[in-house]
Design a binder for this molecule. Sequence first.
Ligand code: 3H9
Length: 696
Amino acid sequence: MKDQNQPVVTIRREGPVGLIAIANPPVNAMGAAVRQALLDAVTELDGDADIQVIALYGEGRCFSAGADIREFGKTPVPPRLPDVFDRIEASETPIIAVLHGTTLGGGLELALSTHARVILPGAQVGLPEVKLGLLPGAGGTQRLPRLVALRSALDIITTGKFIDAEEARDLGVADLLAEGTPPEVARAAAYAVLDGKLTPRRTGDISAQIDQAVLDQTIAELQARRPALQAPIKAAQSIGHAGLPLAEGLQKERALFLELMESDDRQGLIHAFAAERAVRRIPEAEATPRTLNSVGVIGGGTMGVGIATALLQAGLSVTLIETAQDRAEAAQANIARNLDGAVKRGKIDAATRKRLLDALQIGVGVEPLADADLVIEAVFEDMDVKLDIFSRLDGVCKAGAILATNTSYLDVNRIAAATSRPQDVIGLHFFSPAHVMRLLEVVVADKTAPDAVATAFDLAGRMKKVAVRSGVCDGFIGNRILAHYRKVADYMLEDGASFEQIDRALEGVGFAMGPFAVSDLAGMDIGWATRKRKAPTRPASERYVEIADRICEQGWFGRKTGRGYYLYEGAGPRQPNPDALTIVQAERDRKGITPRDFAEDEIVARYMTAMIAEAARVVEEGIALRPIDVDAVFLFGYGFPRHLGGPLNHADRIGAAELVARIEGYATEDADYWQVPDLLRQLADTGRSFADLNKE
Ligand code: 3H9
């Protein structure tokens, strides 16, 4: 952490060379203090007759991650970044930037406003503002197209992707690639300028070549692909002004930037960025994680294979256990196939694939797990099977080993009680495919030890996953909320909306897929099995829609059988399964329901309200630590639209009072299902928001 007394920018004079270092850990974000100090440093050195060249670098892990995101939405404090950068570009004394670690957003814009850039191997640069619902608003859209080809500038800015040091040099973002520590390279670069080996120039003096046809085509593609996302479109429009004199282009960029700054998308996307990091704040954060080198995975199905793949990729050695040797070998082959996919996508090379496979052992029975530091059970959802496995693990595993279950909804306390060491038992709920999906629910049972929880979070970090702490309940955070709101989609279907219309409405607001398309993808048999399991405990008063059961009874489980709600025969856009439509109508007739029309707005309102209601209960009961934890679960595990920031961030936009009014309105049709959660009512009564609870 930053010592408040340390300066955020330091100056050093070494003969004719002036060195400026930004020192604002952890990522040299440019908040008000850095902006002012940078401006002062440049003004001072530029005014010093003895200084002939200035080199600028970052202390710590990177050059700079850009503007300080925490200041967004607050009253701006001068000087503004664009003004600081204009002053840097105007400097009479040449200024060189030395880029190491990540140089992002305003950090790269700072570098573009200097007179030459030297990049260190391993560095990455990017203008990721569009991912935050913004555009580079401190000259990025005007200066980058002056240095690189228009197509490259459009690509970098509208995707927000990171590019590596070599590519940065090849494209023209950086002038030179050089090895050394940032201060060493800074010094060397300064002398290269003095010796005439590196020629500084003002980016603003270069003219950009804007090919209108290329620009128009990019904007048309962006509009077609993601019409709801304004930031990439506006960013491309802003690049279109780079052919103007710099000052004029910068003004236009500023206007577009400010429009985006006011947008809901910007708020939602920055909330999503914060959510990914906020979930790390857990009561067990101070506990020391246990050592984790070898992991056992029990079960070689889709889940076990995905988990094992992800563990290997995180550098752990894995022992995969199955019930028979041939099944273990089949799992091993599937893991190899996953790693082949990673090679194909350029994520790992062939040598790494071999090394990872060498770290995989397979076996039968729990005995090979005696020395494992962690065991993750990923067999099918049957409590008796799990209880048996955990009691056997208890008999063979070494003291201090963590025993984890990947159950999606079963009671982790009961599983822990099957062992003599409940303090070592935890839920690690991965999402399928486990080597791809980023979410990991860490389910903390009543007796789970703090250092076991800390170990799970440490593991998630190594696996580059977003871990969210959950308490024990049926379905934990995500599946519990899903089980509730998924019903409302069925209710609307039975009452008159079509499954296509419901899917379209939700995809229209940005869900990756509507609920019926998701059922088809996941396999309708999975939900069917769960419904059968829950049937004995379902209250008689609960409204139950049988449409999905009727479809499953035909042997239609979605994609894997070629038909479900939709048909999957051949390529092309999805087509509704006509027989499914007949089943829907037959079920309405059987229950005497006269179908009514649903507007898309109403579909979205009911679906979101149901989701928010159960999410509020999950927070109220302490299953989730904070509202933002629920948001993270849905953003990273359920395809919730990122620009809405998660269900409870979205709830704040709707307002608690409006949500209460909606639920009370819907309750006139079904008072059993639609109940106002106490927490939501409290927020409505006190005028508070879920965001306020995140701050507590
Ligand atoms: C911009 O520049 C706008 C301009 O165009 C125009 C302005 C006029 N500000 O991610 P980590 C914090 S928009 C404030 O865990 P990593 C982060 O929250 C900006 N704080 O580490 C975390 O705090 P905590 C464009 C920031 O190694 C801590 O630093 N820039 C910022 O996995 C460590 O971060 C971006 O979009 C920031 N800009 O990844 C870059 N960045 O520990 C966003 C980070 O309290 N940042 N923090 O939770 C990143 O992509 C990653 O953080 C980075 C490091 C790759 C840098």
